[in-house]
Design a protein around this ligand. Structure first.
Ligand code: PLP
Length: 378
């Protein structure tokens, strides 16, 4: 198949993403493994401190996933059974799953097809007396307009849990995502711009007790100085390990280099992509986005599976992020139906994620562009 064809042609397969882990980071992980302390400890504390500095001195707690950070944020925001939470149907399903996980109901609002993020104009109409919170998602690292978002949240006295899983390193009005706002959740999954292999973090607003956040992160356990312990709240098992935090600390040293490289590669895509292929390009936002992904939309009516297979034959990996989540069986069972969010459905059906990661060369981008021309002009 494609792999063997590539081997014959001796062209290495180009995945849509690949983490960049340097030898210094690998050595620091080995050091943790040899230290005798491999779960949450000093590396996690150092990682939290480094994240806090990036987030303007706000309180940050590390988690073992972005999903866990989102779920704990909802609990800290007091969201539970009977409450409604507004979010977008065009996101990784984790965003909506955590709403169900805390016993609340997801209320979906269609996207704005120009940004592919939640359509801010439609949020007010979706609010009810039960609406408790908003979860905006910065899809592909393109931030939702924070000024308009918080104006809308204030209107309905809603808490905001920013799903910034994809937008670590992005900014709004020159301010790093995470440095302002209500709750902000990051993911450090292997595919994200900065990784701990698996991991996440939650930036806390000033009115939230970091101690409660820590208890929700680990079984509700509270230790007293005399060695005793108590449990006063039902917590999960969401703590990050020092092994993972060591990876994160190594990644943080290179974050500006990574971000710059992603921007340069995205710019090259805009420059080199054949404009006659019928592709709908993402917004060319070089002020705010961290270029987590580069996602053109295929022409309407395209066979995406055939496109992906043809690109694979040419040695190029293509991702799909994401089909509209209300079309998944679980969400249909909850009453969502096809046709409800036409923009999200359209983008979800046509979106493709092209290779974009810091270790890519300019020649790799050119190779993807050549392959696109070959496949789409066919
Ligand atoms: C990755 C991601 C998450 C979940 O993060 P994990 O670390 O995988 O749990 C949530 N929302 C969005 C938009 C994501 O991309």
């Amino acid at each position: 198949m494609s792999r063997s064809l590539n081997t014959l042609l001796s062209v290495p397969f180009l995945p849509f993403t690949r983490p960049s882990i340097d030898e210094e980071t690998i050595a620091s992980v080995a050091e943790v493994l040899r230290s005798g302390w491999i779960t949450s400890g000093p590396k996690v504390q150092a990682f939290e401190a480094a994240l806090a500095e990036i987030c303007g001195g706000r309180t940050v707690r590390a988690f073992n996933s972005g999903t866990a950070a989102l779920e704990v944020a909802l609990r800290l925001a007091g969201v539970g059974p009977g409450d409604e939470v507004i979010t977008t149907p065009l996101t990784w399903v984790a965003t909506a799953n955590v709403i169900l996980e805390v016993g609340a109901s997801p209320v979906l609002v269609d996207i704005d097809p120009t940004t592919r993020n939640i359509d801010l104009k439609r949020i007010e109409a979706a609010m009810t007396s039960r609406t408790k919170a908003l979860i905006p998602v910065d899809l592909a690292g393109l931030p939702v307009d924070r000024d308009r978002l918080y104006a809308i949240a204030a209107l309905g006295r809603l808490r905001v849990v920013e799903d910034a899983a994809q937008s670590f390193g992005a900014s709004w009005n020159g301010q790093a995502i995470g440095s302002s706002g209500d709750f902000v959740a990051f993911s450090f999954h292997a595919n994200k711009n900065l990784t701990t292999s698996e991991g996440g973090a939650l930036v806390l607003p000033a009115d939230i007790d970091a101690g409660l956040c820590e208890r929700l992160r680990l079984q509700g356990v509270q230790r007293s100085p005399d060695g005793g312990m108590d449990v006063d709240v039902l917590g999960g098992k969401f703590n990050l390990t020092d092994v993972a935090a060591a990876i994160g600390l190594g990644q943080l040293k290179r974050r500006h280099e990574f971000d710059a490289r992603r921007r340069a590669l995205a710019a090259r895509y805009f420059e080199r992509l054949d404009p006659d292929l019928g592709l709908e390009l993402p917004p060319a936002d070089f002020n705010h986005s961290n270029w987590h992904m580069f996602q053109p939309l295929l022409p309407a009516g395209s066979d995406r599976a055939a496109f992906i297979a043809a690109m694979k034959e040419l040695g190029i990996g293509i991702g799909v992020h994401y089909p509209a989540l209300h079309l998944f069986t679980l969400y249909r069972r909850l009453g969502f139906t096809a046709g409800q969010f036409p923009h999200a459905e359209d983008v979800g059906a046509r979106t493709v994620t092209l290779p974009l990661f810091p270790a890519m060369s300019d020649a790799d981008v050119d190779r993807v562009c050549t392959a696109l021309t070959k496949v789409l002009k066919h």
